[in-house]
Design a protein around this ligand. Sequence first.
Ligand SMILES: NC(=O)c1ccc[n+]([C@@H]2O[C@H](COP(=O)([O-])OP(=O)(O)OC[C@H]3O[C@@H](n4cnc5c(N)ncnc54)[C@H](O)[C@@H]3O)[C@@H](O)[C@H]2O)c1
Length: 338
Amino acid sequence: MKSKLNIGLIGAGRIGKVHGETIAFRVPEANLLAVTDPNTDAATAIAKRCGIPQVCASTDEIFANKDIDAVLICSSTNTHADLAVQAAEAGKHIFCEKPIDHTLEKIDRAIAAVNKAKVKMQIGFNRRFDSNFARVRQSILSGEIGTPHLLHIISRDPGPPPISYVKVSGGMFLDMTIHDFDMARFLIGEEVTEIYAAADVRIDPEIGKAGDVDTAIILLRYANGVIGTIDNCRQAPYGYDQRVEVLGSKGAIATENMYPNRAVVSTAESVRRDLPLNFFMERYLDSFEREVRDFVNAVVNDTETPVTAADGRVPVVMALAAKKSYLEGRPVKLSEIA
Ligand SMILES: NC(=O)c1ccc[n+]([C@@H]2O[C@H](COP(=O)([O-])OP(=O)(O)OC[C@H]3O[C@@H](n4cnc5c(N)ncnc54)[C@H](O)[C@@H]3O)[C@@H](O)[C@H]2O)c1
Protein backbone atom coordinates (compact mmCIF):
# COMPACT_ATOMS: atom_id res chain seq x y z
CA MET A 1 0.00 0.00 0.00
CA LYS A 2 1.25 3.47 -0.92
CA SER A 3 1.90 5.89 1.93
CA LYS A 4 -0.59 8.37 0.44
CA LEU A 5 -4.09 6.99 0.07
CA ASN A 6 -5.96 7.74 -3.18
CA ILE A 7 -9.64 8.36 -2.54
CA GLY A 8 -12.78 8.53 -4.69
CA LEU A 9 -15.61 10.70 -3.33
CA ILE A 10 -19.16 9.43 -3.91
CA GLY A 11 -21.80 12.09 -3.30
CA ALA A 12 -21.30 15.85 -3.41
CA GLY A 13 -24.06 17.03 -1.08
CA ARG A 14 -23.71 18.54 2.42
CA ILE A 15 -21.50 15.87 3.96
CA GLY A 16 -19.65 15.11 0.70
CA LYS A 17 -18.56 18.75 0.66
CA VAL A 18 -17.43 18.55 4.31
CA HIS A 19 -15.35 15.42 3.70
CA GLY A 20 -14.02 16.68 0.35
CA GLU A 21 -12.78 19.90 1.92
CA THR A 22 -11.43 18.06 4.95
CA ILE A 23 -9.27 15.78 2.82
CA ALA A 24 -8.19 18.50 0.43
CA PHE A 25 -7.22 21.05 3.06
CA ARG A 26 -6.62 19.15 6.32
CA VAL A 27 -5.52 15.57 5.61
CA PRO A 28 -2.29 15.59 3.61
CA GLU A 29 -1.96 11.80 4.03
CA ALA A 30 -4.77 11.36 1.46
CA ASN A 31 -5.39 12.44 -2.08
CA LEU A 32 -8.77 12.96 -3.76
CA LEU A 33 -8.54 11.45 -7.26
CA ALA A 34 -12.17 11.57 -8.41
CA VAL A 35 -15.70 12.61 -7.44
CA THR A 36 -19.11 11.54 -8.71
CA ASP A 37 -22.71 12.67 -8.13
CA PRO A 38 -25.76 12.53 -10.43
CA ASN A 39 -25.88 16.25 -9.70
CA THR A 40 -22.88 17.03 -11.91
CA ASP A 41 -22.94 20.71 -10.99
CA ALA A 42 -22.42 19.79 -7.33
CA ALA A 43 -19.63 17.34 -8.22
CA THR A 44 -17.93 19.87 -10.49
CA ALA A 45 -18.13 22.57 -7.82
CA ILE A 46 -16.42 20.32 -5.24
CA ALA A 47 -13.81 19.20 -7.79
CA LYS A 48 -12.98 22.82 -8.55
CA ARG A 49 -12.82 23.90 -4.93
CA CYS A 50 -10.82 20.89 -3.74
CA GLY A 51 -8.58 20.40 -6.79
CA ILE A 52 -10.00 16.95 -7.63
CA PRO A 53 -8.68 16.06 -11.11
CA GLN A 54 -11.60 13.91 -12.31
CA VAL A 55 -15.41 14.28 -12.23
CA CYS A 56 -16.81 10.82 -13.06
CA ALA A 57 -20.15 10.28 -14.80
CA SER A 58 -20.95 7.30 -12.57
CA THR A 59 -19.81 5.31 -9.55
CA ASP A 60 -18.80 2.49 -11.97
CA GLU A 61 -16.00 4.72 -13.25
CA ILE A 62 -14.76 5.21 -9.68
CA PHE A 63 -14.86 1.49 -8.93
CA ALA A 64 -13.04 0.69 -12.21
CA ASN A 65 -10.22 3.14 -11.49
CA LYS A 66 -7.25 1.02 -10.42
CA ASP A 67 -5.49 4.02 -8.87
CA ILE A 68 -8.27 4.53 -6.32
CA ASP A 69 -7.59 2.69 -3.04
CA ALA A 70 -10.64 3.75 -1.06
CA VAL A 71 -14.03 5.41 -1.44
CA LEU A 72 -15.96 7.76 0.78
CA ILE A 73 -19.67 6.97 0.43
CA CYS A 74 -21.41 10.29 1.12
CA SER A 75 -24.50 9.79 -1.04
CA SER A 76 -28.10 9.49 0.18
CA THR A 77 -28.64 6.72 2.73
CA ASN A 78 -30.72 4.50 0.40
CA THR A 79 -27.63 4.06 -1.85
CA HIS A 80 -25.03 3.17 0.84
CA ALA A 81 -25.45 -0.60 1.11
CA ASP A 82 -25.44 -1.33 -2.63
CA LEU A 83 -22.48 0.99 -3.20
CA ALA A 84 -20.62 -0.66 -0.32
CA VAL A 85 -21.14 -4.09 -1.93
CA GLN A 86 -19.87 -2.79 -5.29
CA ALA A 87 -16.92 -1.05 -3.67
CA ALA A 88 -15.94 -4.19 -1.77
CA GLU A 89 -16.21 -6.31 -4.92
CA ALA A 90 -13.93 -3.80 -6.66
CA GLY A 91 -11.41 -4.16 -3.80
CA LYS A 92 -11.83 -0.61 -2.50
CA HIS A 93 -11.64 0.23 1.20
CA ILE A 94 -14.79 1.96 2.39
CA PHE A 95 -15.62 4.92 4.55
CA CYS A 96 -19.44 4.94 4.65
CA GLU A 97 -21.61 7.67 6.06
CA LYS A 98 -24.22 6.69 8.66
CA PRO A 99 -26.41 4.72 8.57
CA ILE A 100 -25.25 1.83 6.34
CA ASP A 101 -28.93 1.25 5.55
CA HIS A 102 -32.36 1.30 7.18
CA THR A 103 -32.75 -2.48 6.98
CA LEU A 104 -30.65 -5.14 8.67
CA GLU A 105 -30.91 -7.37 5.57
CA LYS A 106 -29.08 -4.86 3.39
CA ILE A 107 -26.61 -4.03 6.15
CA ASP A 108 -25.75 -7.72 6.56
CA ARG A 109 -25.29 -8.07 2.80
CA ALA A 110 -22.89 -5.13 2.79
CA ILE A 111 -20.94 -6.44 5.78
CA ALA A 112 -20.69 -9.91 4.19
CA ALA A 113 -19.26 -8.37 1.00
CA VAL A 114 -16.75 -6.34 3.02
CA ASN A 115 -15.63 -9.41 4.96
CA LYS A 116 -15.38 -11.55 1.82
CA ALA A 117 -13.26 -8.95 0.01
CA LYS A 118 -11.15 -8.34 3.16
CA VAL A 119 -11.38 -4.58 2.70
CA LYS A 120 -11.65 -2.08 5.56
CA MET A 121 -14.92 -0.41 6.43
CA GLN A 122 -15.44 2.57 8.72
CA ILE A 123 -18.81 4.14 9.53
CA GLY A 124 -19.18 7.92 9.82
CA PHE A 125 -19.98 8.17 13.53
CA ASN A 126 -17.85 11.28 13.84
CA ARG A 127 -18.94 12.29 17.36
CA ARG A 128 -16.62 9.65 18.83
CA PHE A 129 -13.77 11.83 17.54
CA ASP A 130 -15.01 15.03 19.20
CA SER A 131 -12.52 16.02 21.90
CA ASN A 132 -15.26 16.68 24.52
CA PHE A 133 -16.93 13.32 24.12
CA ALA A 134 -13.55 11.58 23.89
CA ARG A 135 -12.75 13.10 27.30
CA VAL A 136 -15.99 11.70 28.75
CA ARG A 137 -15.09 8.26 27.40
CA GLN A 138 -11.60 8.57 28.87
CA SER A 139 -12.99 9.42 32.32
CA ILE A 140 -15.17 6.32 32.27
CA LEU A 141 -12.38 4.10 30.95
CA SER A 142 -9.91 5.33 33.58
CA GLY A 143 -12.39 5.06 36.46
CA GLU A 144 -12.07 8.80 37.19
CA ILE A 145 -15.80 9.10 37.96
CA GLY A 146 -16.10 5.56 39.28
CA THR A 147 -18.79 3.17 38.13
CA PRO A 148 -21.21 4.93 35.76
CA HIS A 149 -24.84 4.98 36.88
CA LEU A 150 -26.65 7.54 34.70
CA LEU A 151 -26.06 8.95 31.20
CA HIS A 152 -27.86 11.92 29.67
CA ILE A 153 -27.46 12.90 26.04
CA ILE A 154 -29.02 16.12 24.80
CA SER A 155 -29.04 16.29 21.01
CA ARG A 156 -31.18 18.98 19.43
CA ASP A 157 -30.88 20.39 15.93
CA PRO A 158 -31.20 24.13 15.24
CA GLY A 159 -34.05 23.46 12.80
CA PRO A 160 -35.72 20.63 10.92
CA PRO A 161 -34.40 19.45 7.53
CA PRO A 162 -36.53 19.93 4.37
CA ILE A 163 -39.54 17.61 4.10
CA SER A 164 -37.97 16.05 0.98
CA TYR A 165 -35.04 14.95 3.21
CA VAL A 166 -37.38 13.74 6.00
CA LYS A 167 -39.26 11.52 3.53
CA VAL A 168 -36.15 9.51 2.54
CA SER A 169 -34.34 9.75 5.89
CA GLY A 170 -35.91 6.65 7.44
CA GLY A 171 -37.30 8.80 10.24
CA MET A 172 -35.75 10.69 13.15
CA PHE A 173 -34.57 7.61 15.07
CA LEU A 174 -32.66 6.23 12.06
CA ASP A 175 -31.42 9.57 10.78
CA MET A 176 -30.74 11.77 13.82
CA THR A 177 -30.89 9.67 17.01
CA ILE A 178 -28.60 7.12 15.31
CA HIS A 179 -25.62 9.35 16.28
CA ASP A 180 -26.84 9.36 19.91
CA PHE A 181 -27.30 5.60 19.91
CA ASP A 182 -23.67 5.31 18.80
CA MET A 183 -22.60 7.78 21.51
CA ALA A 184 -24.56 5.81 24.11
CA ARG A 185 -22.57 2.65 23.26
CA PHE A 186 -19.25 4.44 22.84
CA LEU A 187 -19.34 6.50 26.05
CA ILE A 188 -20.42 3.75 28.46
CA GLY A 189 -18.56 0.97 26.60
CA GLU A 190 -21.47 -1.40 27.11
CA GLU A 191 -24.46 -2.57 25.08
CA VAL A 192 -28.01 -1.31 25.57
CA THR A 193 -30.52 -4.13 26.05
CA GLU A 194 -33.86 -2.30 26.23
CA ILE A 195 -35.29 0.93 24.81
CA TYR A 196 -38.43 2.88 25.64
CA ALA A 197 -39.21 5.85 23.39
CA ALA A 198 -41.80 8.57 23.95
CA ALA A 199 -42.07 10.73 20.83
CA ASP A 200 -44.36 13.22 19.16
CA VAL A 201 -44.70 15.88 16.49
CA ARG A 202 -44.17 19.22 18.29
CA ILE A 203 -42.38 21.30 15.65
CA ASP A 204 -43.83 20.82 12.18
CA PRO A 205 -47.11 19.04 11.31
CA GLU A 206 -45.64 18.34 7.84
CA ILE A 207 -43.12 16.05 9.55
CA GLY A 208 -46.07 14.18 11.07
CA LYS A 209 -47.77 13.95 7.67
CA ALA A 210 -44.55 12.42 6.31
CA GLY A 211 -44.95 9.69 8.96
CA ASP A 212 -42.19 10.91 11.24
CA VAL A 213 -41.73 12.51 14.68
CA ASP A 214 -39.60 15.54 15.60
CA THR A 215 -39.32 15.37 19.40
CA ALA A 216 -38.45 12.43 21.67
CA ILE A 217 -37.14 11.20 24.97
CA ILE A 218 -35.59 7.77 24.73
CA LEU A 219 -34.84 5.69 27.81
CA LEU A 220 -31.96 3.22 27.61
CA ARG A 221 -31.26 0.27 29.89
CA TYR A 222 -27.78 -1.23 29.65
CA ALA A 223 -26.58 -4.78 30.24
CA ASN A 224 -24.47 -3.50 33.19
CA GLY A 225 -27.38 -1.67 34.84
CA VAL A 226 -26.60 1.87 33.63
CA ILE A 227 -29.71 3.90 32.82
CA GLY A 228 -29.57 6.52 30.07
CA THR A 229 -31.72 9.10 28.36
CA ILE A 230 -31.51 10.69 24.94
CA ASP A 231 -33.31 14.01 24.52
CA ASN A 232 -33.94 14.84 20.85
CA CYS A 233 -35.68 17.69 19.11
CA ARG A 234 -35.49 18.78 15.49
CA GLN A 235 -35.63 22.42 16.59
CA ALA A 236 -33.84 24.37 19.31
CA PRO A 237 -34.35 28.11 18.70
CA TYR A 238 -30.92 28.95 20.17
CA GLY A 239 -29.00 26.62 17.85
CA TYR A 240 -27.28 23.22 17.87
CA ASP A 241 -27.50 21.76 21.38
CA GLN A 242 -25.07 18.87 21.90
CA ARG A 243 -24.35 17.98 25.51
CA VAL A 244 -23.61 14.91 27.58
CA GLU A 245 -23.52 14.16 31.30
CA VAL A 246 -22.51 10.97 33.08
CA LEU A 247 -22.97 10.40 36.81
CA GLY A 248 -20.75 7.78 38.37
CA SER A 249 -20.03 6.44 41.86
CA LYS A 250 -17.09 8.87 42.34
CA GLY A 251 -18.42 11.92 40.53
CA ALA A 252 -19.85 13.26 37.29
CA ILE A 253 -18.54 14.56 33.99
CA ALA A 254 -20.41 16.94 31.71
CA THR A 255 -19.76 18.69 28.41
CA GLU A 256 -20.99 22.09 27.28
CA ASN A 257 -21.90 23.40 23.85
CA MET A 258 -19.20 24.93 21.64
CA TYR A 259 -19.27 28.66 20.89
CA PRO A 260 -17.78 30.78 18.11
CA ASN A 261 -16.22 32.99 20.80
CA ARG A 262 -15.93 33.21 24.57
CA ALA A 263 -16.95 36.87 24.92
CA VAL A 264 -19.46 37.79 27.62
CA VAL A 265 -21.47 41.01 27.15
CA SER A 266 -22.55 42.66 30.40
CA THR A 267 -25.02 45.55 30.35
CA ALA A 268 -27.53 47.10 32.77
CA GLU A 269 -30.16 44.72 31.39
CA SER A 270 -28.39 41.37 31.20
CA VAL A 271 -25.21 39.34 31.00
CA ARG A 272 -25.16 37.40 27.76
CA ARG A 273 -23.09 35.58 25.19
CA ASP A 274 -23.47 34.64 21.53
CA LEU A 275 -25.31 31.52 20.41
CA PRO A 276 -23.52 28.15 20.10
CA LEU A 277 -21.96 27.01 16.82
CA ASN A 278 -25.00 26.57 14.62
CA PHE A 279 -24.87 23.07 13.13
CA PHE A 280 -22.77 19.99 12.50
CA MET A 281 -20.64 21.54 9.75
CA GLU A 282 -19.22 24.04 12.27
CA ARG A 283 -19.61 22.16 15.56
CA TYR A 284 -17.99 18.89 14.48
CA LEU A 285 -15.37 20.12 11.99
CA ASP A 286 -12.43 18.78 14.03
CA SER A 287 -14.11 15.42 14.52
CA PHE A 288 -14.60 15.04 10.77
CA GLU A 289 -10.88 15.57 10.30
CA ARG A 290 -9.92 13.06 13.00
CA GLU A 291 -12.28 10.33 11.74
CA VAL A 292 -11.02 10.59 8.16
CA ARG A 293 -7.37 10.71 9.26
CA ASP A 294 -7.89 7.61 11.43
CA PHE A 295 -9.57 5.84 8.49
CA VAL A 296 -6.61 6.68 6.23
CA ASN A 297 -4.16 5.48 8.90
CA ALA A 298 -6.10 2.24 9.40
CA VAL A 299 -5.90 1.48 5.68
CA VAL A 300 -2.26 2.52 5.28
CA ASN A 301 -1.11 0.66 8.41
CA ASP A 302 -3.48 -2.30 7.91
CA THR A 303 -5.12 -1.95 11.35
CA GLU A 304 -8.77 -2.18 12.39
CA THR A 305 -10.84 0.91 11.68
CA PRO A 306 -11.93 2.77 14.84
CA VAL A 307 -15.65 2.49 13.98
CA THR A 308 -16.22 -0.92 12.42
CA ALA A 309 -19.03 -2.21 10.23
CA ALA A 310 -20.43 -3.99 13.31
CA ASP A 311 -20.47 -0.61 15.09
CA GLY A 312 -22.57 0.58 12.17
CA ARG A 313 -25.14 -2.18 12.60
CA VAL A 314 -25.97 -1.96 16.32
CA PRO A 315 -27.30 1.63 16.28
CA VAL A 316 -29.69 0.62 13.49
CA VAL A 317 -30.99 -2.18 15.72
CA MET A 318 -31.41 0.43 18.47
CA ALA A 319 -33.25 2.80 16.11
CA LEU A 320 -35.59 0.02 14.97
CA ALA A 321 -36.26 -0.82 18.65
CA ALA A 322 -37.02 2.85 19.40
CA LYS A 323 -39.44 3.03 16.48
CA LYS A 324 -41.18 -0.15 17.61
CA SER A 325 -41.33 1.13 21.19
CA TYR A 326 -42.87 4.43 20.06
CA LEU A 327 -45.43 2.68 17.83
CA GLU A 328 -46.39 0.07 20.43
CA GLY A 329 -46.09 2.28 23.52
CA ARG A 330 -43.91 -0.13 25.49
CA PRO A 331 -40.27 -0.89 26.30
CA VAL A 332 -38.68 -3.04 23.58
CA LYS A 333 -35.77 -5.41 24.10
CA LEU A 334 -33.09 -5.27 21.42
CA SER A 335 -33.30 -9.06 21.25
CA GLU A 336 -36.77 -8.56 19.72
CA ILE A 337 -35.12 -6.86 16.73
CA ALA A 338 -31.73 -8.44 16.06
N1 LIG B 1 -21.97 12.19 9.96
C1 LIG B 1 -22.74 13.25 9.91
O1 LIG B 1 -22.69 14.12 10.77
C2 LIG B 1 -23.66 13.43 8.74
C3 LIG B 1 -24.19 14.69 8.48
C4 LIG B 1 -25.03 14.83 7.38
C5 LIG B 1 -25.35 13.74 6.60
N2 LIG B 1 -24.86 12.51 6.90
C6 LIG B 1 -25.22 11.34 6.08
O2 LIG B 1 -24.63 11.54 4.79
C7 LIG B 1 -25.51 11.10 3.77
C8 LIG B 1 -25.77 12.26 2.81
O3 LIG B 1 -26.39 13.29 3.53
P1 LIG B 1 -26.35 14.82 3.01
O4 LIG B 1 -26.88 15.62 4.12
O5 LIG B 1 -25.00 15.12 2.44
O6 LIG B 1 -27.44 14.71 1.85
P2 LIG B 1 -27.55 15.61 0.56
O7 LIG B 1 -28.94 15.36 0.07
O8 LIG B 1 -27.08 17.00 0.81
O9 LIG B 1 -26.50 14.95 -0.47
C9 LIG B 1 -26.62 13.67 -0.98
C10 LIG B 1 -25.96 13.66 -2.36
O10 LIG B 1 -25.87 12.31 -2.82
C11 LIG B 1 -26.09 12.34 -4.21
N3 LIG B 1 -26.38 10.99 -4.68
C12 LIG B 1 -27.56 10.32 -4.64
N4 LIG B 1 -27.39 9.09 -5.20
C13 LIG B 1 -26.08 8.98 -5.56
C14 LIG B 1 -25.30 7.96 -6.16
N5 LIG B 1 -25.83 6.77 -6.50
N6 LIG B 1 -23.99 8.19 -6.40
C15 LIG B 1 -23.43 9.37 -6.07
N7 LIG B 1 -24.12 10.38 -5.49
C16 LIG B 1 -25.43 10.19 -5.24
C17 LIG B 1 -27.21 13.35 -4.39
O11 LIG B 1 -27.31 13.80 -5.73
C18 LIG B 1 -26.79 14.44 -3.41
O12 LIG B 1 -25.96 15.40 -4.04
C19 LIG B 1 -26.76 10.58 4.48
O13 LIG B 1 -26.65 9.19 4.58
C20 LIG B 1 -26.71 11.22 5.85
O14 LIG B 1 -27.31 10.41 6.85
C21 LIG B 1 -24.01 12.35 7.93
